[in-house]
Design a protein around this ligand. Sequence first.
Ligand SMILES: Cc1cc2nc3c(=O)[nH]c(=O)nc-3n(C[C@H](O)[C@H](O)[C@H](O)COP(=O)(O)O)c2cc1C
Length: 388
Amino acid sequence: MSVADLSTPLKFAYWVPNVSGGLVVSTIEQRTSWDFDYNRKLARIAEDAGFEYALSQTRYAASYGADKQHEATSFSLALLAATERLKVIAAVHPGMWHPGVLAKFIITADHISNGRAAVNIVSGWLKAEFVNFGLEWLEHDERYVRTEEFIRVLRGLWTEQGYSQSGKYYDITDFTLSPPPVDVPGRPHPEVFFGGNSTAAQATAGRVADWYFSNGKDLDGFRENIAGVQASATAAGRRPRYGLNGFVIARDSEKEARDTLREIVAKAHRPAVEGFRDAVQEAGASTKDGKGMWADSSFEDLIQYNDGFRTQLIGTPEQIAERIVEYKKIGVNLFLTCYLHFQEEVAAFGTDILPIVRELEADAARRAGVDFDPDETLTGTHPSKAGV
Ligand SMILES: Cc1cc2nc3c(=O)[nH]c(=O)nc-3n(C[C@H](O)[C@H](O)[C@H](O)COP(=O)(O)O)c2cc1C
């Protein structure tokens, strides 16, 4: 069954650079900073450029080219307060939070921002962060057992009064969070994004996530990736939406864009990329079937640590817009983007690429005989309560 939704405009997000070192582990010039002043300006540029979401990163310890990091939930809240329309997705690890505390935090952020708070639930790969904090490091698939319970608690506390849930990891008894989240039409509660590629991640996302985030993939890789999520979602009577990561290199000519990629690779910080590969591929190998998130990533892929080159958003604005709409036709609802020079390139994405995407989307809808309204926002596509 095709999951493509040609009638709804694609949504765009950018990675918040709240960790140092930029989004590629390379010594190539990156006019991107991880500090708050840079990020506040970037968020305003992004919302003016037509971006609907920003995604922060959660990292507690220096690792693989990111020596310094700002904490994700506080940083996200500050960006919400600095913007008017942008939805900011705070990345959180279930193992680091109690879900009731996070549910309450996000409700407050939602009120401060008039209904723009969201979360990205990430189950973790950096073992040292947990072990050195003295926290338990669960085995790979067990992390997803906890993640599923965690998301069910969030959703329960956001939508019900006197909520109770008893499970392996959490025991919630007759709890009411007041006030509830902001009542936004078409949004039953703050949106729950979810990142992970393994079989356990896909199955869990299908059961409980509103949005599944995929690492960068080619067209076949993306198809394969969402098939697992879709199977589990269908069994649970749900309909998650799909986001795909991509590193954007838009230049006047394809050659210039390809040369930039070559320079990123030539200047890769080899020890940092190799250290990262060892850590994440160990995490992948520990899954039952060895299909972890970075299981088949090459050295070059890992220079953008979420496989962003694989999506191939590299070339002229026209080529990139065409590629983006090809992915829409196979089920992508949202692009999560990153760049060498965030402020300049996010602005340029809005002026040079987005208008072409909208034209191509309208054209694709016309050919398929479906209505397309470029101003329409997604409503009514949130998962039903079935399976929650
Ligand atoms: C879009 C996206 C964002 C992510 N952000 C973070 C993050 O901020 N911090 C983190 O530790 N892991 C992050 N992860 C990785 C997950 O925590 C997790 O390690 C990974 O999804 C494990 O995948 P696996 O189940 O395929 O082994 C992210 C993953 C994706 C796809």
